[in-house]
Every structure is written in structure tokens, then in C-alpha cells.
Design a protein around this ligand. Structure first.
Ligand SMILES: [Zn+2]
Length: 328
């Protein structure tokens, strides 16, 4: 007997009647981290205390039944099955779900994850498991990310050049996770920093939970000259930014590995910085977890499952049509 895994309102484990990252309200679901595409108002939900704190600060509607479960503390989610949340390395508090059952074995769901080290996030764990549900957002061979130090050196040079030209540098990243990583990397750059309100709200939670950052002030458009601004990508179109001129913008994202990225994001520059695993990380992670079956989710799930099968692994893209190689 082994784990049954289905694609239904996120991921559904019928044998124990639990969801993993259900998108819509469910009876019982694990919430892997505080990005909104992984959150809904469930009757019963489990996440890390850090995720609970971030969800509250971001005004997420999660209901009252959020049960905080610290990392590495096994908890019985059914009489027979235990859930242990282990760090996923994606954003602060992000968890992988390790579920153990005496009849079905060990199942590991990565959620969004990365194994590269980070200044603001707990290091990713790699427990062994029989069944692995793997996030495959960047599962194509050309996604090999440079180190964050290298990317941030380029971003800092961009900021200095912009300031030298009497313009305002704006670094764009998700308000939860990427922005805090950018801010932490500016620690020794000695640049005056302003944070967009949504970035600042999350940063304050990170600080409360023990993260250290360089000094910053709240974004004041009339006072922005001479500062580096860190803001969410979507905020560029907001009223606030009509007052921040002249400016130069740079987006920090894994998609910057694609040559068209700067145009797709309509920014002056694009630098590769990601909270997700790149292609070599995915392959190495699989080696270490050493599962007998893999389900891929998100991004290039179908293509990557086929690649894994060609390497002799049993792998399926969850909820998609898997074109089988019949060797004809
Ligand atoms: Zn995420």
C-alpha cells in the first residue's frame, strides 16, 4: 500500500482526508507559507507560527482555526498519520509537509521551496521520503541561478549609477520574501533606503521574528531623491509612483534568466533572484530525498516529469496529461 495523491482544490490525500495548500475553503488543509496563492479560509488549517504571524500582518482571511505548528514537532493529524513541518527555504516560516503513516510510508510535499542559502529564511531540510510532491516552477535546464551575492552586486551597481545620474533607483520584488532578501543584502552598501508600505509591513514581522536589516525609512515620495526604493512589482502602476520621477526600475526575479524579462516586466533592468529552486537544485534535492515515486506540480511539471522518467524515476505531473514514452 502506498500514498494516493490527487489534484483537487490544491492537493488532496484521500486516505487521510487532508488537503495540502487548498486554494478554496476546505475542511482540513496544510498552509505551506504566507503567499496568498496558497491560502484560503479553511475549517481547520495547520501552518508554522511564523506563517500565522505573516498572514495576520498581511490581513489574510484565514478564519479562526489556524493551528500554529512549530518546525520539527510531529503532530497527529489523524489517529495513524503524523505531520511534521520542516523548513522549505522559500520565505520566512515556509514549510514542507512530511506526513508519515504506518501503512503508506513517508510522503514529503515541498510547497514552494529552494535549497540555496538565504539571509532571511530558515535553511531548507531534505528528509528522505517514499513519495515526493515537488514544486517545479523553474524546472528547465537553462534556469541555473547565479548566487544572490553576484546578483546583488549588480543591483547595487545599478543603484549607484542611477543615483549618480540624479535619478531614483527602484528595486522591485514580491512584498513577502524577495523584498526582505534584497534589503538584507544592502546591509553593507551604505545606501539610504525607503520601503514601500506593503514591504515595510512584512519587514516589521521579519524583524519581530529575529531578522536583522540595515536602517530604512518609510516611502515618502516627495523625499525620495537620493534613496533606493524597494517596492512590490504591482505598485509601479499606483498613484504613489507618479510622484517618484525621474526614476530607473529593476525587477529582481528568477524569470530574469529569460532574455525578454526586462520587456515583460516593463522595467529598465532585470536581475535574477528567486525564492524557488533552479534546475540543478531540483535534481540534487531528488537524489537526497530518494523517493520511489514523484509527483510534479506548478510550472514545467509535465516536461520535468518526462525528464525524470527518462532518468529511470517514476514521476507524474499531478493533474495533467502525461504523454507516455512507449519507446516505439
Ligand atoms: Zn510562494
Amino acid at each position: 500500500m502506498t500514498w494516493e495523491v490527487r489534484s483537487r482544490n490544491g492537493i488532496w490525500l484521500p486516505q487521510i482526508e487532508w488537503h495540502l495548500d487548498a486554494h478554496h475553503p476546505a475542511r482540513r488543509s496544510v498552509i505551506s507559507h504566507a503567499h496568498f496563492d496558497h491560502v484560503a479560509k479553511h475549517i481547520e488549517a495547520i501552518c508554522t507560527p511564523e506563517t500565522a504571524e505573516l498572514l495576520a500582518a498581511r490581513g489574510a482571511k484565514t478564519g479562526n482555526a489556524l493551528r500554529p505548528l512549530p518546525f520539527n514537532e510531529p503532530f497527529n493529524i489523524t489517529p495513524a498519520a503524523t505531520l511534521t513541518l520542516v523548513p522549505a527555504g522559500h520565505v520566512l516560516g515556509s514549510a514542507q509537509a512530511l506526513i508519515e503513516h504506518p501503512d503508506y510510508g513517508r510522503l514529503l510535499y515541498t510547497g514552494d521551496f529552494k535549497t540555496r542559502s538565504s539571509l532571511t529564511v530558515e535553511p531548507c531540510a531534505t528528509p528522505e521520503a517514499d513519495v515526493l510532491i515537488l514544486e517545479t516552477t523553474f524546472a528547465r535546464p537553462h534556469y541555473v541561478f547565479p548566487s544572490a551575492t553576484e546578483t546583488m552586486a549588480k543591483s547595487i551597481a545599478f543603484c549607484r549609477d542611477t543615483l549618480a545620474a540624479d535619478e531614483i533607483p527602484v528595486l522591485l520584488g514580491y512584498s513577502l520574501g524577495r523584498s526582505q532578501e534584497i534589503l538584507a543584502h544592502l546591509a553593507n552598501a551604505e545606501l539610504p533606503i525607503m520601503l514601500h508600505p506593503r514591504v515595510e509591513a512584512v519587514t516589521r514581522v521579519y524583524q519581530k521574528l529575529g531578522c536583522k536589516f540595515p536602517a530604512y525609512t518609510s516611502l515618502a515620495p516627495m523625499m525620495a531623491a537620493g534613496h533606493v526604493i524597494i517596492a512590490p512589482q504591482q505598485s509601479l502602476k499606483s498613484e504613489l509612483f507618479t510622484l517618484i520621477e525621474p526614476r530607473r526600475t529593476a525587477v529582481l526575479t528568477g524569470w530574469a534568466m529569460d532574455p525578454s524579462s526586462r520587456f515583460r516586466h516593463a522595467t529598465d533592468a532585470a536581475f535574477p533572484l528567486s525564492d524557488h529552486a533552479d534546475y540543478p537544485e531540483l535534481l540534487e534535492f531528488i537524489e537526497r530525498v530518494n523517493p520511489s515515486r514523484i509527483y510534479t506540480v506548478h510550472g514545467f511539471a509535465t516536461e520535468f516529469a518526462a525528464t525524470l522518467r527518462s532518468m529511470g524515476r517514476e514521476a507524474w505531473a499531478l493533474g495533467r496529461t502525461n504523454q507516455l514514452e512507449l519507446g516505439l
